[in-house]
Ligand binder design. Structure first.
Ligand SMILES: *Cc1c(COP(=O)(O)O)cnc(C)c1O
Length: 370
């Protein structure tokens, strides 16, 4: 049987082992110095004044809803073409996600659709930088300003991406990053929120630590909080990954470029949108779009038979069973997102995917399409 080529894999090296073991031996496994070091290094990486580490990207998104004051009766305009967490966080606070359709090229929120979705109840825009390609922040900011809305960025797939020459995370809006093992860098589970002010940072730290006040009293709880802390073992792993992030991101660029070359001659397969002056993608996944009419399930089955993992990526959130049931969504509501969901296919992609494996993937795909 041929060796299976997985969809993703983290890149863990000696430095990760070193820092994790050092932390284990220190005995400071939570609320210790590694989290502080990780937050400082991450802030520097994304060009943000302050960063609060949290236990997951989802936890970070939830806290950003609290930060923006989102509550029952409020609406948050967001994208249907994302991982489900970017809409669920709105529901956690009793508010309603209102989906605006995406641009067929970038697969990010279409500003015109966002404008059309704003109502008197709208309180915020939650933009997702999908597949590591920055959303149209300038246009979204103009809309937010006109209507007095907050902006929250889901940057969970976009560590290392740039928008108009600046790193994603440095815009001044709260931006959430995630470190599940398939992301650009990992802490096992984990996340981080980049913010512009120390006040926002202090509130995030309190909310993620059971609502404790900064008086330092362990059993004084000033607000409704959560246990969304990142532990020090995870932070140590993250710190080692951050030290090597440039190397990891560069390797991903190379793997993506090689796919681009290999796929160029393959009819019926559309590669991801290339960079332009305003957008520099950070490669999170390698998602191609199959031409209309191609039987995606058949292609996936044939790839699987050759030991090549692949996945439809991503299903539109509004058509998830929970959202259909709760809000009555049906096919045809958000046609651009639905079309992308129906035709997209994630291929195996990670920093150390060997060139031979990429050739195997593309050869298998060629056979699957004929
Ligand atoms: C990964 C991801 C999240 C959630 O991150 P977790 O750390 O798994 O909670 C949220 N939004 C997007 C777009 C993601 O890709």
């Amino acid at each position: 049987m041929t060796r299976e080529i997985p969809l993703s894999a983290p890149w863990i090296d000696g430095r990760e082992e070193e820092l994790v073991v050092e932390t284990l031996r220190s005995g400071r496994l939570s609320l210790g110095p590694m989290v502080d070091r990780f937050e400082a290094a991450f802030a520097e990486q994304v060009g943000a004044p302050c960063v609060a580490a949290v236990s997951s990207g989802t936890a970070g998104l939830h806290l950003c809803m609290r930060l923006a004051g989102i509550g029952p009766g409020d609406e948050v305009v967001t994208t249907p073409f994302s991982f489900v967490a970017s809409a669920n966080c709105v529901l956690y606070e009793g508010a309603t996600p209102v989906f605006a359709d995406v641009d067929p090229g970038t697969l990010n929120l279409d500003p015109a659709a966002v404008e059309a979705a704003v109502t008197p109840k709208t309180k915020a825009i939650l933009a997702v930088h999908i597949f590591g390609y920055a959303a149209e922040l300038r246009e979204l900011e103009a809309i937010a300003e006109r209507h007095g809305l907050a902006i929250v960025e889901d940057a969970c797939e976009a560590l290392g991406a740039e928008y108009r020459g600046r790193p994603v995370g440095s815009s001044g809006h709260p931006a959430v990053f995630a470190f599940y093992p398939n992301k650009q860098m990992t802490t096992g589970e984990g996340g981080a929120v980049a913010v512009a002010t120390e006040e926002e940072w202090a509130l995030l730290k309190s909310l993620s630590n059971q609502g404790r006040s900064d008086s330092g009293e362990w059993l004084t709880h000033a607000r409704l909080g959560y246990n969304y802390r990142l532990d020090d073992l995870s932070a140590a792993l993250g710190l080692a990954q951050l030290e090597r992030l440039d190397e990891i991101l560069a390797a991903r660029v190379e793997v993506a470029a090689r796919y681009g070359e290999l796929l160029a001659s393959l009819a019926g397969v559309e590669a991801p949108l290339p960079d332009d002056e305003e957008h520099r993608r950070s490669w999170f996944v390698y998602v191609v779009r199959l031409a209309p009419g191609i039987d995606r399930n058949g292609v996936m089955a044939r790839l699987a038979a050759e030991g090549v993992a692949s996945k439809p990526y991503l299903p539109s959130i509004h058509l998830q069973p929970y959202y259909r049931e709760r809000f009555g969504y049906r096919e045809g509501t958000l046609p651009v997102s639905e079309d992308a969901s129906a035709r997209s296919l994630a291929l195996p992609f990670h920093a150390r995917l060997p060139a031979e494996d990429q050739e195997r993937v593309v050869d298998a795909l060629r056979r699957a399409l004929t």
